[in-house]
Design a protein around this ligand. Structure first.
Ligand code: C2E
Ligand code: CA
Ligand code: CA
Ligand code: CA
Length: 279
């Protein structure tokens, strides 16, 4: 016990800077957050550009920390990935998103589809497919109403394995979206390689619309190519009416962004749907 105490003392005094200590504290808090029920899901609407009907929502996780307040996933998802905690967190996200769909159904709130972000570490999970199947089963939700969002870097880590997992997910009936499309270095070869349904144009291409010529050329080319290859095209980060009009006129299938709504807690979605319907 004496030896142990000495080690612990050295552990905290050696070369550790305050950043490392902060990280350790954060990691510990993250470990307990699930048990304490500190995570919550927010949902951001995706709308059809012509009639403004709700096509689905994207699920975005938040951490309601008692001292830090609402913590952005940008701050804790990377740490959750490094520590492997993302597997438990990701499983919770999937279960909760499916259960929420069932709750909306029971309330008569029509949310056709829910999209969930997957991380690279989750993709290594041998039981990923059965976990997703289980989440759908437990909630009694049809697989066609779940879309999983994947990134190029995730798929390219182990492309051969990824193809097999994607095929299994497709066999379940889940749809597959490629997130942040265009930001990777192999975007186009991804399309031949993986059985994807949806391309999400990254916010960085939407930002410059409609004023910046390069953004216009890139956005038009992406949408035209994607439509020709029969993908569903979703634009993310739509903030202005001019961006929305441009994307609508150029054939985007769905729009998502602050112009319509920020990501909202589940309870606030019905009022948002009503507001968007009359707008
Ligand atoms: P993402 O998947 O690219 O999600 C889109 C991000 O853009 C979200 O940030 C969203 O709130 C934000 N956003 C939406 N509309 C607009 C807009 O009009 N303008 C601007 N400037 N931003 C907009 P958020 O919620 O902070 O999430 C950040 C990232 O964290 C996500 O990026 C995703 O990669 C990750 N993430 C979120 N939830 C989960 C999750 O449940 N699991 C995993 N593995 N990752 C998640
Ligand atoms: Ca996403
Ligand atoms: Ca995205
Ligand atoms: Ca993004």
């Amino acid at each position: 016990a004496k030896e142990q105490g000495k080690n612990t003392f050295q552990f905290f005094n050696a070369d550790m800077n305050s950043q490392t200590v902060e990280r350790l504290l954060l990691e510990n808090a993250l470990r307990q957050a699930l048990e304490k029920g500190e995570f919550e899901l927010h949902y951001q609407p995706q709308l059809s550009p012509l009639r403004g009907e709700l096509l689905g929502v994207e699920t975005l996780i938040r951490w309601r920390h008692p001292q830090l307040g609402l913590v952005s996933p940008v701050r804790f998802i990377p740490l959750a990935e490094e520590t492997g905690l993302i597997k438990q967190i990701g499983a919770w996200v999937l279960r909760e998103a499916c259960l929420q769909m069932a709750r909306w159904d029971a309330q008569g709130v029509h949310v056709p589809r829910v999209a969930v972000n997957l991380s690279a570490r989750q993709f290594e999970q041998a039981d990923l497919v059965s976990m997703i199947d289980g989440a759908l089963e437990a909630a009694g939700i049809d697989a066609s109403r779940l879309e999983v969002e994947l990134t190029e870097s995730l798929l390219m880590q182990k492309p051969e394995e990824a193809v097999l997992v994607l095929r299994q997910l497709k066999a379940l009936g889940v749809t597959l979206a490629l997130d942040d499309f265009g930001t990777g270095y192999s975007s186009l070869s991804m399309l031949k390689r993986f059985p994807l349904d949806t391309l999400k144009i990254d916010r960085s291409f939407v930002e410059g619309l409609p004023g910046d010529d390069d953004s216009v050329a890139i956005a038009q080319a992406i949408v035209a190519m994607a439509r020709k290859l029969r993908y569903t095209v979703v634009a993310e980060g739509v903030e202005t009416a001019a961006q929305s009009a441009f994307l609508r006129d150029n054939g985007c299938n769905a729009l998502q962004g602050y112009l319509f709504s920020r990501p909202l807690p589940a309870a606030e979605l019905p009022a948002c749907i009503d507001r968007l319907a009359v707008a």
